[in-house]
Design a protein around this ligand. Structure first.
Ligand code: SF4
Ligand code: SF4
Length: 438
């Protein structure tokens, strides 16, 4: 294996992940799923069923013929209890549908015949991915078929499977790849076929390599290159990948068109194409010092965060913070009864002693810790000052578009300024249309 070493600052993650049980189990199917309708970045979709209707497991319950729409499926069979609005975990509201468990499962415990995916055309592959409602998570909610669909004009097409996630607790994808390495590799091969990728790389964070031995061996047999990366957060970024390709000249240059995919997305694409299965569940990490049994579980989309914590034995103490996602890039949970969505990779409940800093926000003291931590050499305090003054053009000129939203600046800030939240709000750009403030 070659060793890929991203440059710049960053941190060595602590050992929180080691407190999670390896492997995963299927969580109990919830008696009620609340399914937010807008789980993808793109056009609004409309309910296809009404209150009181019965829905089957995996049935399309909302859809639209708008260009950037993505169908949504019932995670469980049952009766539609309500179609209205729900408060999401971050406190915002969304159109949603609640389904009360009832009836038989169409997929759970059933034998499904695989499809010979290699016989399908590129358009057929994309169509199956769209029909399954797959998004390219966990950092994006863009529909996978829209990201994969356009023909890529410049440079070679290089596909990368990212097993280098080093944000504490975001280990569900690794567990998926360990448990189902052949399926994840098949998903990767499907994406490589759609992209007509010239080369495929797999990057693995040091520490995961031994558990991923089977995947590494199989990958080499089909001609994919496997790299080991330093265990640093933020691990692999598109910028560090480009720099690696440029530095090594081995098989590419800076014009290469890189497409990075997570193991959970590769697995969802495998299930979509080979088994016609919609994205209705996923493996997530449930961790933090306040969780009784930190572990990984496969949960249905639409399961309440409170039910997921209960699945892992509940809480041992009142948590000071609950985060949906990783502790650095995730969102504070304002409503524990809110459902998880297709991009929720983790639920983390932390006691006060686990939180790096606590208490109220204070003014910037100009310590420079944020700039020293920034892996892309920005000056977060300067960006923040511009944003507070409403000078978003100056923030852009000072490099805001290069921010990778890793959350490190906020993590190290002694004044507890939510820097990355501000940056996210200002630089929010639609990944498909490019519309946005910055
Ligand atoms: S969130 Fe952006 S500004 Fe802050 S450390 Fe990460 S890349 Fe730098
Ligand atoms: S780390 Fe916080 S207090 Fe220190 S310079 Fe950056 S924004 Fe200001």
């Amino acid at each position: 294996m070659s060793i890929l070493t991203p440059g710049g600052a960053g941190i060595r993650p602590q050992h929180e992940n080691s407190s999670l049980e390896t492997g995963f189990w299927n969580a109990a199917v919830p008696s009620m799923c609340v399914v937010p309708l807008q789980q993808h970045t793109g056009s609004r979709i409309d309910p296809l069923v009404r209150t009181g209707d019965f829905v089957r497991e995996g049935m399309v319950i909302a859809e639209s013929d708008r260009r950037l729409a993505l169908p949504l499926h019932a995670p469980i069979p049952g009766r539609v209890r309500n179609i209205g609005r729900v408060q999401l975990f971050d406190g915002t509201y969304s159109a949603a549908m609640s389904i009360e468990l009832d009836g038989e499962f169409d997929r759970l415990g059933k034998h499904l015949e695989p499809v010979a995916w290699a016989d399908l055309s590129r358009d057929e592959l994309l169509q199956r991915i769209r029909a399954a409602g797959v998004v390219c998570g966990p950092r994006s909610a863009a529909p996978a078929h829209l990201l994969l669909g356009p023909k890529r004009p410049r440079g070679d097409r290089v596909l990368v499977l990212d097993l280098a996630e080093t944000e504490p607790y975001l280990t569900g994808g690794v567990e998926q790849a360990v448990a189902a390495s052949d399926a994840v590799l098949t998903g990767l091969q499907i994406v490589a076929a759609i992209l007509a990728a010239e080369r495929v790389h797999i990057v693995i964070a040091r520490g995961y390599a031994r558990r991923l031995e089977r995947l590494r061996r199989s990958a080499r047999e089909i001609g994919y290159r496997v790299h080991r990366v330093a265990r640093r957060y933020p691990g692999i970024t598109e910028a560090s990948l480009r720099s690696f390709v440029r530095r090594n000249h081995v098989d590419g240059n800076s014009d290469d068109d890189l497409f990075v995919i997570s193991p959970n997305t590769a697995y969802a694409i495998y299930e979509a194409v080979v088994f016609d299965k919609p994205q209705i569940d996923q493996v997530i990490a449930v961790g933090g010092s306040a969780v009784r049994r930190p572990a990984h579980v496969r949960v249905r989309i639409g399961t309440a965060i409170a039910d997921i914590l209960a699945e892992c034995g509940g809480l041992t103490a009142e948590p000071a913070r609950i985060i949906a996602g990783g502790p650095l890039t995730g969102r504070e949970v304002a409503n524990i009864n809110a459902p998880i969505t297709k991009t929720t990779a983790a639920v983390v409940a932390m006691k006060r002693e686990e939180i790096h800093v606590g208490g109220a926000q204070e003014p910037c003291i100009g310590c420079g810790a944020c700039a020293r931590a920034c892996p892309v050499e920005l000056d977060p305090q300067l960006l923040h000052r511009y944003i507070l003054a409403g000078q978003t053009d100056d923030a852009r000129t000072a490099g805001l578009p290069a921010c990778i939203e890793c959350g490190l600046c906020a993590h190290v800030c002694p004044s507890r300024i939510p820097l990355v939240d501000r940056f996210r709000e200002v630089k929010r750009v639609h990944p498909l249309t490019g519309d946005g403030v910055v």
